[in-house]
Design a protein around this ligand. Structure first.
Ligand code: ARG
Length: 483
């Protein structure tokens, strides 16, 4: 018999019973559910809403259920629909009438809102830890390759010389933002929905501050309708995971390119590559391809929750039961991708010889050639044109810029002197890009990874008008400014 069967004259249709149930997937929330129920029961006891003896019996009963679930001794049933009613039914079976008092002043609506919020909150440090481990791998590799010249690309065309370290540390910078995005989500979600009731609060003298505090929240959510119907935290979490996966996917794409014979900038360890069932020579970067592929499913998880939420009137609607699987799927995917990706990078062999060779072709020191002339007094735009002609001349002759003789260079401009060859040397070109964030500094791993301060001193709210040079307030922000 259903916990809610009171007003029904018939049993639930068997198809509906299964269709309606969420226990198949929400059993993952058993711990959060029991933790939340314990906090609720203690509060009911402390406020005198139930007797201290009943509260104690409930707490003991829930603890024994938790132990049994963890020991694999509990079977859940779709007849009890979801984790909340499964646990409650188990409790009443164990401790009798006291168990029936647990749900006083509470609804499954605030219960599920609490459980799910706590679940997301617990996943954040797990993923942050994995991100920091991946970041540590990048720092380790970068430390080894600070002077390894490779071509930097734009449009996937060789552009300017960089170090392999700088390339790796660009990803470390992205991961650093992923960390702060997740932590930011964690800060905003840390208000407690428990005590919102079904939607309108409750007539019992509950103490929401007490339950919020005992469950580690900063306080209770201020509006009970919002308390039961908010899933922003899950959406923020999924969007942070989507951005994170986008970063891994871009990196994967590069790993795949770098593994090709056309690049051969890296070789993956045999333990992190796979073979072909027909082509004996193949060594495929399946790990990177799968990470790239799985990015699509995490985006899909975000899109399904956004879409599920978009038309829902306040407050709870059963549609919201569909919130869990996308989040679970994204968590499983990300938590599987990060460690394997880190291990793949940790064990790769870096072919600095091939990077250097690739850097030697493609005129990636052409900007430096133009900069050389500019530093000797020629306007940059003219230097650019002179260098462009030299590149064309080299292309026709199958030469690099540094293979041109001084007389050949002088024919283009008499500002060229013997020191031009130093200026064109790729190692110099890279090392001299010492502007803040350039290869030497940008490629150096920080000695210890430090989280940037939560609020940078330079940050301003975007609504604050930024004065232009004359100190005027831009017209489009004046309205805001006046307010
Ligand atoms: N299994 C439900 C969910 O995941 C729990 C809340 C059910 N509430 C309700 N009023 N039917 O959303």
């Amino acid at each position: 018999m259903k916990l809610w069967s009171g007003r029904f004259g018939k049993d639930t249709d068997a198809l509906v019973n299964d269709f309606n149930a969420s226990i198949q997937f929400d059993q993952r929330l058993y711990k959060e559910d029991i933790t939340g129920s314990i906090a609720h029961a203690k509060m009911l006891g402390a406020t005198g809403i139930i007797s201290a003896a009943d509260a104690e019996a409930i707490v003991q009963g829930l603890q024994s259920i938790l132990a049994d679930i963890e020991a694999g001794k509990v079977e859940f049933t779709a007849d009890n629909e979801d984790i909340h009613m499964n646990v409650e039914a188990l409790l009443t079976a164990r401790i009798g009438d006291a168990g029936k008092r647990l749900h006083t002043g509470r609804s499954r609506n605030d219960q599920v809102a609490l459980d799910f919020r706590m679940y997301v909150r617990e996943q954040i440090p797990v993923i942050v830890e994995q991100l920091l481990e991946l970041e540590a791998v990048l720092c380790r590799q970068a430390r080894k390759y600070q002077t390894a010249v490779m071509p930097g690309y734009t449009h996937l065309q060789r552009a300017q010389p960089i170090s392999f370290a700088q390339h790796l540390m660009a990803y470390a910078a992205m991961l650093g933002r992923d960390v702060t995005r997740l932590e930011d989500c964690g800060k905003r979600l840390n208000l407690c929905p428990l005590g919102s009731g079904a939607l309108a609060g409750t007539t019992y003298p509950i103490d929401r501050f007490m339950t919020a505090k005992s469950l580690g929240f900063d306080g209770p959510m201020g509006n009970s309708l919002d308390g039961v119907s908010d899933r922003d935290y899950a959406l923020e979490f999924l969007s942070a995971l989507s951005v994170l996966m986008m970063h891994l996917s871009r990196f994967s794409e590069e790993v795949i390119l770098w593994c090709s014979w056309e690049f051969k900038f890296i070789e993956l360890d045999d333990a992190y590559a796979t073979g072909s069932s027909i082509m004996p020579q193949k060594k495929n970067p399946d790990v990177a391809e799968l990470v790239r592929g799985k990015t699509g499913r995490v985006y899909g998880d975000l899109m399904s929750l956004l879409t599920a939420m978009k038309g829902l009137p306040l407050a709870y609607n059963k549609d919201m039961q569909e919130d869990k699987e996308p989040v679970f799927d994204a968590v499983d995917t990300v938590e599987m991708c990060l460690p394997v990706f880190a291990a793949m990078l940790d064990t790769m062999t870096v072919r600095t010889d091939n990077m250097r060779k690739a850097a030697g072709h493609g005129f990636i020191n052409a900007t430096d050639c133009a900069d050389y002339l500019t530093k000797k007094g020629m306007p940059f735009r003219d230097a650019y044109t002179v260098t462009g002609h030299l590149v064309a001349q080299c292309t026709a002759a199958g030469k690099t810029l540094e293979e041109l003789t001084l007389p050949e260079l002088k024919a283009a401009s008499d500002l060229f002197e013997a020191d031009v060859y130093d200026a064109l040397n790729l190692e110099n070109c890279m090392a001299l890009r010492a502007s803040y964030g350039g290869p030497p500094g940008g490629g150096a791993p920080p000695p210890i990874w430090r989280r940037p301060p939560a609020r940078s001193r330079r940050w301003r709210p975007s609504s604050r008008p930024i004065p232009n040079k004359k100190g005027d307030v831009p017209i489009e922000t004046q309205g805001l400014y006046r307010r």
